[in-house]
Write a protein that binds this ligand. Sequence first.
Ligand code: MN
Length: 257
Amino acid sequence: MRILISNDDGILAPGLIALYAAVADMGDVTVVAPDSPQSAASHSITLAQPLAVQRVHVEGPMPFTGLSVSGRPADCVRLAIRNLLPVAPDLVLSGINAGSNVGINVFYSGTVAAAAEAAMFAIPAVAFSASLIGEVDFARAARLCRWTLDRLLGIGLTRGDLINVNIPSLRENAPHGVRVVRQSTAGVEDIYHPFADPGGREMYRLGDQYEFLPAHGDTDVSSLQEGFITVTPLHVDMTNHDRLSGLEQTRWDTPPK
Ligand code: MN
C-alpha cells in the first residue's frame, strides 16, 4: 500500500514522527509536510508565492527522509499528488495533530484540510489528532491511531472517505473505547484580549482558552471529553441537501438582463 503522510504542525512535529513510526510497516510511506507550523491554516492554499520543496532527514524512532513544502497543508497534499509522487497514494494520513480537532474546530483545522484535500482526489484519508489535556504521549497516541486505522481498513475505506479520528487525553484509564459520533456544531466561548501597540493602535489577540457550548446528544466533543477515541466520517460536499430540495421546489422566474 502507498501511503502519504502530511500534517499542519510541520515536518519536524513529534506527532508526525510518531505517526510515521506507527505505520511505516504498512507499505511504501512518503512524508510531504509543511516546513513550518500551519495550525488553523484551514483549507487555504498558496497563490502569491511559489512553493519551495526540500528533502529533509527526520530523526526519530523510525528515521525517514521526507519532503518539506513552504506552504499550507492542502498545498502539500495537492502538490504531492500532482507532482511529487510518481504514483497517487492509496491512502492519505494527516497528523497526529498536537491538539484535538472536534466540533467547529474542524473548520479551522489544517490537519483535517490535508485529509480533505486527498478526499477531493477520491483518495481515502484519515486525519488524526490528540488531545493536549494532560501530558501528550505521542508514541502511545500513535499506537492508538494505528489500532484505529487497522480497524477502519478492516471495515473498508473507499474513494472519497474522509475520517476524522481524535485520541482523548490518556488519563484515568482512557481510552474507554471508540465512539462513532457526529461532529458537534455548537459554538465556542472564546475571548479576544484587547491591548494597545507601542503606537497606540487598537489591537486584539485571540486567547488560547476556550470552551465548547453544550450540544444535544453524543458528539465528537462530548465523547472526547469523556475519554473515548472518536471517529467521525466527514464529507467535502457542503451542500445542505434538505434545504436543496426545498429551494428546488421553488419556482424561479427569469433573472433580469
Ligand atoms: Mn496543528
